[in-house]
Write a protein that binds this ligand. Structure first.
Ligand code: FAD
Length: 442
């Protein structure tokens, strides 16, 4: 059996590695158009900020290590430029020219493309994205001579990028079209994150769009003009306004796509073609609470989907669980995390709910160092958990992970109130914040 994989990072490499574990004899070839495979996209902002000092730490594997450990045939700088479904072949642009490869099974995990807003000046050399190792390396280098940066987009990656630039001592302006930072959070939770950003010197401009960028300005490389008429000088501009599924290849091959261009797959990651599977940022998934279908570009789901694609190719039949969109970000001293549906998502889906908030200490108040943890739960009128958000210091992460597990299990407020969670004063309270959320919703 010959398995071809397009995309050598999260979903693609998970599929390849799992396929090898299930079949010692399969021929597995991974095509990656970039220079690196298996790199830590999620670690890129921390290299820009200098916390991960050496960029080599971001490179988890090389074609050589994958050959040695898993007998994978990994071809970097190989871009798949065509899929012939009838012939079951792909056409690949290699450094030496084009080459055709046959497949028995094909896995697509080509990821997503950064959205580029259609404003003047986005093609200036000072304007960049943070999606690849080369971009992270270049940005880390440029911080040495830069004084000011503008980050467009205050989503998870935008926030990490803004923090990274502050670590490097740059003045940072964070521009967000939505009226708040971290749009997936409820406004009252997002306000806490905005306060943390401003208290660490980030100039937050929410509710306004950038309308243009021009070269030169007030002792700076470029000037960014905002919709309210203000101008922000900068030496670096990073666009982080979202991604769209990279599915031109799948579309040209006639695979079924959603109306927003994501690849349609079933619970086994199989596309509309019986010989082609797909995973990661390029596919549409069903949201576990709202039932809405669309991309959820996160690393955990991508890895599991890649693994599941390999399982399905090898005849195993583990069905996908709907995605909950569990996500987390550190912003200086605060952690913001979310799982399941937010009130806004439920409003859009026409689902009834009620919200409870609690603001307990992250561990026993009498033990030194306790701080306030803000926890929000969203419940159905019958008391079933629909979503949760946390903003706070240490311990916000574990509360959201417990609540994500509770959500997956279909728990109610009563179940959450009864959870027996690990407790000693440095870690929590006898009535854990998660239990408190359940008590309030009962
Ligand atoms: P990718 O991992 O992006 O891999 C796709 C690969 O396919 C790319 O290397 C691309 O070059 C290659 N490719 C595309 N087309 C072709 C072709 N035609 N031929 C050959 N190769 C091709 N998620 C989290 O859950 N937590 C985080 O903290 C987090 N942080 C992030 C930080 C940054 C800066 C970025 C960019 C992403 C972050 N993500 C995070 C998102 C996460 O990395 C993605 O959801 C995940 O990598 C998606 O996996 P994928 O396999 O779909 O795509």
């Amino acid at each position: 059996m010959r398995i071809l994989v397009i995309g050598g990072v999260a979903g693609g490499m998970s599929a390849a590695a799992r396929a090898r574990r299930l079949d010692e004899h399969a021929e597995i070839i991974v095509f990656e158009k970039g220079r690196y495979v298996s790199f830590a996209n999620c670690g890129l902002p921390y290299h820009v900020g200098g916390e991960i000092e050496q960029d080599s730490y971001l490179l988890l594997h090389s074609p050589e290590s994958l050959k040695a450990e898993l007998d994978l045939d990994v071809r970097i700088e190989h871009e798949v430029i065509g899929i012939d479904r009838d012939a079951q072949t792909v056409l690949v642009a290699t450094p030496e020219g084009t080459e055709t490869f046959e497949y028995d099974a094909l896995v697509l995990s080509p990821g997503a493309d950064a959205i580029v807003p259609p404003i003047p000046g986005v093609d200036l050399p000072e304007v960049t994205h943070l999606r690849t190792v080369d971009e992270a390396r270049e940005l880390a280098g440029r911080t040495a001579n830069a004084k000011r940066a503008v980050v467009m987009g205050a989503g998870f990656i935008g926030l990490e990028t803004a923090e990274a630039f502050r670590h490097r001592g740059l003045e940072v302006t964070l521009v967000e079209l939505a009226p708040q930072v971290l749009p997936p959070l409820a406004p009252e939770m997002s306000a806490l994150v905005e306060k943390e950003l401003t208290s660490h010197g980030v100039d937050v401009r929410a509710g306004v769009a950038a309308t243009g960028i021009r070269a030169g300005g007030d002792d700076a490389a470029v000037t960014v003009t905002l919709g309210d008429g203000t101008e922000v000088p900068a030496d670096i501009v990073v666009m982080s306004v979202g991604v769209r599924p990279n599915t031109a290849l799948a579309g040209e091959a006639g695979l079924e796509l959603t109306d927003r261009g994501a690849i349609v797959v079933d619970e086994f990651q199989q596309t509309s073609d019986a010989h082609i599977w797909a995973a990661g940022d390029a596919i549409a998934v069903r949201h576990g609470v709202t039932g809405q279908v669309g991309p959820v570009p996160l690393a955990g789901p991508a890895n599991r989907q890649g693994r599941r694609a390999a399982d399905s190719i090898m005849g195993r039949s583990d069905k996908a669980q709907p995605v909950l969109g569990t996500a987390i970000v550190r912003t200086f001293g605060l952690t913001a995390a979310t799982t399941g549906a937010s009130p806004r998502m439920l409003d859009q889906a026409g689902i009834e709910y009620f919200v409870v908030h609690t603001h307990p200490a992250n561990h026993a108040g009498y033990y030194p160092g306790s701080q306030v943890l803000h926890l929000m739960g969203v419940f159905s009128p019958e008391g079933k958990l629909l979503g949760a958000q946390a903003v706070g210091p240490d311990g916000a992460d574990k509360r959201i992970d417990v609540l994500a597990t509770a959500l997956r299990a279909g728990f109610s407020a009563d179940d959450i109130a009864e959870l027996e969670l690990a407790y000693a004063p440095p870690f929590g309270s006898a009535k854990d914040p998660v239990n408190m959320l359940g008590f309030l919703a009962q």
